[in-house]
Design a binder for this molecule. Structure first.
Ligand SMILES: O=C(O)CCC(=O)C(=O)O
Ligand SMILES: [Fe+2]
Length: 337
């Protein structure tokens, strides 16, 4: 819990003479010699290009290939300016830099607010519902820094547009009607912003910022730290470091999209490493299908060669948040056929 004796805050670590509490220690988390991923880069403007159908098609094909191999890509030309991305990073960093007592004013309930929720992750987070708007719990939105809410509001608004374009492009890339995925996301699609803060850690080779997981989302939009690497993605049992591209947003497919695409798109397993020299931050925008809608593989994608691979799910987010923190099972495995 936030500010408890087990929180991985810098102060706590120093007070303990640079000793890391046992529970954070992994037997091995080899972070050396991990190759850098050649992340596919997708240009949002080209996905929308109306003047040249062939350019649009080429970019859509690139998207399809990225998602069926890596399950993720770097998105450029997404409409958020570099200075806005910097401002977002800045307010997040300022919030985590506040005195613990002030941050604890926003201490989380079960889900919403500031805290340290998972038992063995070296991170602090602030989790806020951004959409649907009527589900915002503004008492958890920091008043300090002053611009925090305004920036999150704008980040959310722009993320909605990105989700719309990407979900449509993902559907068309598989030969589906363009609203196939978007209609499952729906008007009541849930958008959560998760601000992550990873303090520097004295024993980075034994400690993870976030243990390996996939997201329980349709897609996740991630704003990475501008300088500090840490995110790694797994492909064919091999870990790869995700490069920092300061003006890009990192997009990954989550379990719900893997389900809807009947396994063609891969829900990327990823983790975050720590380092001894620098703190790291990130902002993950989790885009989750409307919990009232039934979500299953698109019928057109169930074929003789690719039989139905997943059951139909409803409110997968609930199942996900119940199972994922145990770290013992991948929630998606429980809905596989
Ligand atoms: O910090 C990162 O780069 C990734 C964060 C993440 O995977 C998450 O919040 O689910
Ligand atoms: Fe994640």
């Amino acid at each position: 819990m936030a500010g408890s004796a087990l929180s991985p805050t810098k102060g706590r670590c120093r007070r303990r003479g640079d000793e890391v509490p046992e529970k954070y220690l992994y037997k091995r988390c080899d972070s050396e010699d991990v190759p850098l991923m050649e992340t596919p880069v997708i240009d949002l403007g080209l996905l929308l290009s109306s003047s040249s159908p062939s350019i649009r098609q080429e970019e859509t094909d690139k998207l399809q290939s990225a998602l069926s191999t890596w399950g993720c890509f770097q998105l450029i030309n997404h409409g958020m300016t570099s200075s806005f991305l910097d401002e977002t990073r800045e307010v997040a960093t300022q919030f985590f830099g506040l005195p613990p007592a002030e941050k604890r004013r926003y201490s989380r309930t079960e889900f919403e607010g500031y805290g340290h929720d998972e038992k063995d992750n070296w991170n602090d987070r602030l989790q806020l519902t951004v959409y649907p708007q009527h589900r915002r719990q503004l008492q958890y939105w920091p008043e300090n820094p002053q611009k925090f809410s305004e920036i999150l509001d704008k980040f959310g608004e722009m993320s909605v547009k990105i989700v719309e374009v990407l979900l449509k492009a993902m559907a068309t890339s598989l030969g589906l009607e363009e609203n196939s995925f978007l209609s499952k996301y729906g008007e009541e699609g849930l958008m959560l912003a998760r601000f992550n803060y990873y303090p520097k850690c004295p024993t980075p080779h034994q400690v993870l910022g976030l243990r390996p997981h996939s997201d329980g989302t349709a897609i996740t939009i991630l704003l990475q730290d501008k300088e500090v690497e840490g995110l790694q993605v797994k492909k064919d049992d091999q870990w790869f470091r995700v490069p920092v591209i300061p003006h890009a947003l990192f997009i990954n497919v989550g379990d719900l999209m893997e389900i809807m695409s009947n396994g063609i798109f891969k829900s990327a397993v990823h983790k975050v490493t720590t380092n001894s020299a620098k703190d790291r931050m990130s902002v993950a925008v989790l885009c989750i299908c409307d919990p009232h809608k039934e979500v299953g593989p698109a019928t057109e994608l169930i074929t003789g060669g690719r039989p139905r691979r997943y059951k139909t799910v409803k409110d997968y987010g609930k199942l996900f948040f119940l199972l994922d923190p145990t770290g013992e099972i991948r929630p998606i495995d429980t809905v596989k056929i």
